[in-house]
Design a protein around this ligand. Structure first.
Ligand SMILES: Cc1cc2nc3c(=O)[nH]c(=O)nc-3n(C[C@H](O)[C@H](O)[C@H](O)COP(=O)(O)OP(=O)(O)OC[C@H]3O[C@@H](n4cnc5c(N)ncnc54)[C@H](O)[C@@H]3O)c2cc1C
Length: 416
């Protein structure tokens, strides 16, 4: 029986602790907060999108960084095994749009309750308000060729010895939940390399003042494109939202995950195709039809069928067509300008919002220094990593929690 310390009572840490205990180890879970799963509690807007129901091969298509590294982990504890784990313990789940799995109760607290009970049943000793400040190596010699982990030191100075330590401290977004980057420091202190961290799945700020006037407007069924110079970085159909600083919503979050490679090349150009279902020719016909029924009206009063009310004054201004011009006086060239704007409404992205608004952290402990079959460090024996502290991240839809469950499970399972 090995003494195992798991640092971090989030999704990955709880999964690791439960599985390490199931393998017969003596497990202590250390969480710096006064309760477990603070971030888990706010996931999915408090409903916890705990995984995605997709085929596991499709799953990897939603992983943005180092998907291959996750193969063993995700096949050791797949999405269907995650659902079974919770269902067997009394949590009824449901599948929503895009394969998103939620508890039927729509309460993330029910997910946390299942985990707490599983920890108790497995005999894990949980210590709350226990902040780890250092991970220790064992005195020389114990680990042979590689150095061997020795335990941890808590903030109050307590030293706890262990033969295995799992670092499951999360990323560095939404720091109020406790995930404030300690794990990166521990990893670096033990000789690991940590890649540059960037906020991902994060809203963006726009340079144009008119964007702020659209605050609260949600656009459905649009196509969003992100460009660096002429290079297309991202193009997808869906839904987005205007805010008091710029843009947010599902499409924007996904775009951030792709475009954050280009963060040094700001500003980036965003284009919104407001009528993606129409070709330029079809759109011209559509505009002509709308104008046909409004021949003697002013331009600004002839757009109700084309755009939501809030967007009309902006489109009028950006089109450069005088707002009081009679529709029957609008030239073909002016109509072309309006159509161009509809197909590619340009927004200048000046910056991404910060970590406190990012759903995940991009970057982390380099996966090439971690064994993908066990989650054990290749540098320090008995040291394991799980969850967002690793340099892995995925799109929204339950994929990030699946990564946390899978890597946590595999780390725990490998400690025998
Ligand atoms: C608002 C929001 C909504 C989200 N919604 C979803 C969703 O619906 N579905 C989805 O798949 N993903 C979602 N995510 C992402 C997902 O929550 C994370 O990817 C996931 O929680 C990472 O799990 P983790 O266990 O690695 O880290 P965390 O959940 O961050 O847990 C790390 C834990 O370690 C503790 N800790 C840190 N340092 C120390 C230390 N020194 N000593 C002791 N303890 C320490 C922290 O207090 C924390 O409890 C969301 C994220 C946010 C911010």
């Amino acid at each position: 029986m090995r003494r195992v310390i798991v640092i971090g009572g989030g999704a990955a840490g709880m999964a690791a602790a439960i599985q390490a205990a199931a393998k017969g180890n003596q497990v202590m879970l250390l969480e710096k907060n006064e309760k477990l799963g603070k971030k888990l509690f706010i996931t999915g807007k408090g409903r916890c999108n705990l995984t995605n129901d997709c085929d596991m091969e499709d799953f990897f298509g939603h992983v943005m960084r180092n998907g291959k590294f996750l193969y063993s982990a995700c096949y050791s504890f797949s999405n269907s095994q995650v659902v079974s784990f919770f269902e067997e313990r009394g949590l009824v789940t449901k599948v929503e749009r895009g394969g998103r799995v939620f508890p039927e109760s729509d309460r993330s607290s029910d997910v946390i309750r299942v985990l707490q009970k599983a920890l108790r049943d497995a005999g894990v000793s949980v210590r709350l308000e226990a902040e780890v400040v250092k991970v220790l190596l064992a005195p020389d010699g114990k680990g042979g060729r590689r150095s061997q982990v020795g335990g941890v030191i808590l903030k109050d100075g307590t030293k706890i010895e262990a033969e295995a330590v799992v670092i499951a401290t999360g990323g560095c977004s939404y720091t109020a939940t406790g995930s404030d980057g300690d794990g990166y420091r521990f990893a670096e202190g033990l000789g690991h390399t940590v890649s540059v961290r960037r906020p991902s799945l994060v809203p963006m700020e726009a340079a144009e003042g008119w964007v702020r006037e659209l605050q609260g407007l949600s656009l459905k069924n649009v196509t969003l494109r992100m460009k660096k110079g002429k290079k297309l970085l991202f193009e997808e159909f869906g839904e987005m939202l205007f805010t008091h600083y710029g843009v947010s919503g599902p499409l924007v979050l996904s775009a951030s995950s792709v475009a954050n490679d280009s963060i040094e090349h700001m500003p980036l150009r965003m284009e919104i195709d407001l009528k993606p279902a129409l070709s330029p020719e079809q759109l011209d016909k559509r505009i002509l039809r709308d104008f046909g029924g409004n021949q003697n009206r002013q331009f600004k009063n002839a757009l109700q069928k084309l755009f939501p009310a809030k967007l009309i004054p902006i489109m009028v201004e950006l089109s450069g067509i005088p707002s009081d011009k009679k529709v029957n006086e609008i030239t073909r060239e002016e109509r072309g300008r309006l159509a161009g704007l509809i197909k590619a409404l340009p927004i200048t992205i000046s910056r991404f919002r910060g970590f406190d608004e990012a759903i995940v952290t991009r970057g982390g402990v380099l996966v090439r220094e971690v064994n993908p079959s066990t989650m054990e460090s290749k540098l320090v024996q008995g040291l394991y990593f799980a969850g967002e502290v690793l340099d892995v991240d995925a799109l929204t839809g339950g994929f990030n929690l699946q990564i946390a469950w899978s890597t946590g499970f595999l780390a725990g399972d490998s400690i025998a």
